[in-house]
Design a protein around this ligand. Structure first.
Ligand SMILES: NC(=O)c1ccc[n+]([C@@H]2O[C@H](COP(=O)([O-])OP(=O)(O)OC[C@H]3O[C@@H](n4cnc5c(N)ncnc54)[C@H](OP(=O)(O)O)[C@@H]3O)[C@@H](O)[C@H]2O)c1
Length: 248
C-alpha cells in the first residue's frame, strides 16, 4: 500500500514540530522543511526513533523561503523525492512557515511588509502551484496556517494580519480552483505559544479564552490531521482557539 507523503514548511519547532511528530506516528512520510532549525528537526527524528524503535519516516530539507533559488530548489527536492515518486505524488502540503512581530503602523518599513506578504502569500502561492501535478495525482490536501485576526484590529500587527488574510483568501480561492482533485483548507490557531515579545499580552488573551487555558501545539496538530483525513471537507477554516473567537 502507498505511504502518504506530506511537505510541511517551518516544521522544526513549536506547532510545526508537533505536526511532524503526529504525522510520523500516523505513518506518514514527512518532508520536513526548515530554514535555521536543523538541530531541532534532527531532535524530532531522534525522539521518534527512541520512542518507536524504528527509523523516522522523514527527511529534513533546508530552504530560506525569502530566496527565489531556495524556493526553486525546494520544489525540485519535493517533486523529485523518491517517496513522492514511489507513492504517486504528494498527499499533503502544509503552509506553516511564518513570521510574527509587532510594530507601530507609522514606522513599519516596506521591507517588513514585503517579508510578511512574501512568506504568507507568495510562498504558499508558488509552492502550491509548483507542486500541483504531485498534489493532483493523489488527490492531495493543502492546508494554510492562518490565525483568528480576520476582521479585527490587532494593535501593531497590520503587516502581519493583512498578509494572513491574504493567505486565508488564497486558500479559499484555491479550494474552488483546484477542485475536484485537490482539497484546500485552513487551520486558525488562537493563543497557543507566545512569541518572545508578547508574553504579557498573551497572558491577558488567555484570561479571555472560554476553555480557560492556552492551547498546546498538539491541539493544532490534531486539527491538521483531522482535515487531512476528512476527504469531504474543502474550503473550511477551523479555529483552534478554545472558543476565544466567539467570546464577547
Ligand atoms: N503560536 C501561536 O500561538 C499561533 C497563533 C496563531 C497562528 N499561528 C500560526 O501557526 C503557524 C505555526 O505557528 P508557530 O508559532 O509554531 O510558528 P513560528 O515559530 O512563528 O514559525 C514557524 C517557522 O517558520 C520558519 N520561517 C520563518 N521565516 C522563514 C523563511 N524566510 N524561510 C523559511 N522558513 C521560515 C521558521 O523556521 P526555522 O526555525 O527553521 O528558521 C520557524 O520555525 C504559523 O503559520 C503561525 O502564523 C500560531
Amino acid at each position: 500500500m502507498a505511504q502518504r507523503v506530506a511537505l510541511i514548511t517551518g516544521g522544526g519547532k513549536r506547532i510545526g514540530a508537533a505536526t511532524v511528530s503526529l504525522l510520523m506516528e500516523h505513518d506518514w512520510f514527512v518532508l520536513l522543511h526548515v530554514r535555521n532549525s536543523v538541530v531541532e528537526a534532527e531532535q524530532i527524528l531522534e525522539d521518534f526513533e527512541r520512542k518507536n524503535g524504528r527509523k523516522a519516516p522523514a527527511e529534513i530539507i533546508r530552504a530560506d523561503l525569502n530566496l527565489d533559488e531556495d524556493i526553486a530548489a525546494l520544489l525540485q527536492a519535493a517533486s523529485n523525492h523518491e517517496m513522492v515518486v514511489k507513492n504517486g505524488g504528494l498527499h499533503a502540503l502544509i503552509h506553516n512557515a511564518s513570521i510574527y512581530s509587532s510594530e507601530d503602523y507609522a514606522s513599519v518599513s516596506l521591507e517588513t511588509l514585503r517579508l510578511n506578504t512574501r512568506l504568507h502569500i507568495e510562498v504558499p502561492f508558488l509552492l502550491t502551484q509548483g507542486l500541483l501535478p504531485q498534489l493532483k495525482s493523489v488527490n492531495g490536501c493543502v492546508i494554510g496556517m492562518v490565525d483568528t485576526s480576520l476582521g479585527l484590529a490587532w494593535k501593531g500587527l497590520s503587516h502581519y494580519t493583512s498578509s494572513k488574510a491574504g493567505l486565508r483568501q488564497l486558500m479559499m480561492n484555491l479550494a474552488g480552483d483546484l477542485a475536484p482533485e485537490v482539497r484546500v483548507n485552513c487551520v486558525a490557531p488562537g493563543a497557543i505559544i507566545a512569541a518572545d515579545w508578547e508574553s504579557e499580552h498573551f497572558a491577558s488573551v488567555v484570561e479571555k479564552v472560554p476553555l480557560g487555558r492556552a492551547g498546546e501545539p498538539i491541539d493544532v496538530a490534531k486539527a491538521i490531521m483531522f482535515l487531512l483525513e476528512s476527504t469531504y471537507i474543502s474550503g473550511q477554516i477551523i479555529n483552534v482557539d478554545g472558543g476565544w473567537s466567539v467570546s464577547p
